[in-house]
Design a protein around this ligand. Structure first.
Ligand code: KG4
Ligand code: ZN
Length: 351
């Protein structure tokens, strides 16, 4: 396989409520890519959306427009021109996500093209999550790459907008085994948090509250667990929490949070392990915002450990939305010579 010399990628991510930019040195081959994260800046808009209990697309757009030039300056300092001369590609998320938010990143990238002659490439946000496990983990290791993943592998991608299981036979070859039929796992965490009166985003709040509760307190349903497929459904579980609280208004909230979290983790773990066994895989990858959930990580670590399957989860800074993973997605699409993505917001882009 042809060896690619190092490429410096400046990446931009604005698909939801984080404005993020990164500088990543990418090298190696499709079989063995390597990544060194030089800078990874995330500016969170949580405080702005919190009063509304969720992300407001037009507010997100306004904040991205405000943040992008600031982060760009933070990333490159005062010598933007000479620094941009060293950048080989600008990778920008074109989807999936909120279209008004996506456009801000795309337009910013196009301005960089006009101003500095940069080569701009589109990246798929979900491929970013999928490849986030290739980024270096631990403070001491600066570069990492595909030597970490052994194939075949199963990837559980769990974010605010998606929940899916992929069967991978190579870094650029996968089939979707199944996905959620309704709410995504992260969406369920956010909605249940709201039901319990916890602030947005719900995932980390549920985890924190659940740590003080008893996960056996309420036996919530495990949707789709006994179906012999790899589809998920979280909307019924959320409704069960809603009805349970309606019927038991003074029940301990921490117990409800813990029981809901346990039910979600049970389904995610059992379906992932079932797929891992069916396809006799060597690695299980966990990625997407919900991969920040420590009890979920523990559950998958334990179950894969019992079966001598390697378990990979990105470091905390790469679990939720970030731009380092977008540089990786961009680089991987260059290496796989994938058809170029259109430079326009594609809210429903699939993986
Ligand atoms: O990947 P991400 O940052 O954005 C999307 O692409 O959607 O994922 C955000 C989702 C939110 O629903 C958030 O509540 C959830 O990830 N999340 C968590 C945790 N941290 C973030 N869910 C459960 N436990 C967490 N610790
Ligand atoms: Zn995401």
């Amino acid at each position: 396989m042809k060896k690619t010399k190092g490429r410096l990628i400046l990446s931009i991510e604005t698909s939801c409520d984080e404005t993020a930019m990164a500088l990543v040195r990418c090298s190696g081959t499709l079989k063995s890519p390597k990544f060194e994260v030089l800078k990874n800046i995330v500016s969170s808009q949580i405080a702005i959306h919190r009063p509304f209990g969720g992300v407001v697309p037009n507010l997100a757009k306004r904040e991205h427009l405000k943040n992008l030039p600031k982060i760009f300056k933070q990333l490159l300092g005062s010598k933007a021109k000479s620094e941009m001369a060293k950048v080989d590609y600008v990778a920008v998320t074109v989807g999936p996500g909120l279209e008004p938010a996506l456009w801000t990143g795309i337009n910013f990238a196009q301005e960089l093209k006009k101003k500095y002659g940069s080569v701009v490439i589109g990246a798929n946000h979900m491929e970013g999550h999928l490849y986030s496990g290739l980024l270096p983990t631990g403070k001491k290791i600066k570069t990492a790459g595909n030597s970490k993943v052994q194939f075949p592998a199963i990837a559980l991608v769990v974010s605010g907008g998606h929940t899916m299981l992929l069967h991978m036979t190579a870094l650029n070859k996968w089939t979707k085994l199944g996905e959620t039929l309704d709410d995504a796992a992260g969406e369920a965490f956010d909605k249940v948090a709201r039901i319990l009166g916890l602030p947005y985003p719900g995932g980390p709040e549920i985890q924190k509250t659940a740590a003080k509760g008893n996960p056996e307190a309420v036996k919530f349903p495990r949707p789709m667990l006994n179906k012999k497929n790899y589809e998920f459904s979280f909307s019924g579980l959320k409704t069960s929490v809603l009805y349970f609280l309606r019927d038991n208004p003074s029940f301990n909230k921490a117990d409800i949070a813990a029981s809901f979290q346990r039910a979600s983790i049970d389904v995610l773990t059992k379906k992932t392990i079932r797929a891992a066994e069916e396809f006799n895989v060597k690695t299980v990858l966990l990625c997407g915002g919900v991969s920040a959930n420590k009890p979920l990580q523990e559950s998958l670590r334990t179950e894969t450990g019992k079966r001598k399957i390697k378990f990979l989860v990105p470091d905390f800074e790469y679990n939720t939305d970030n731009a380092a993973m977008i540089a990786v997605a961009g680089f991987m699409s260059i290496l796989s010579r994938k058809k170029k993505l259109l430079m326009e917001a594609q809210g429903n882009l699939t993986i």
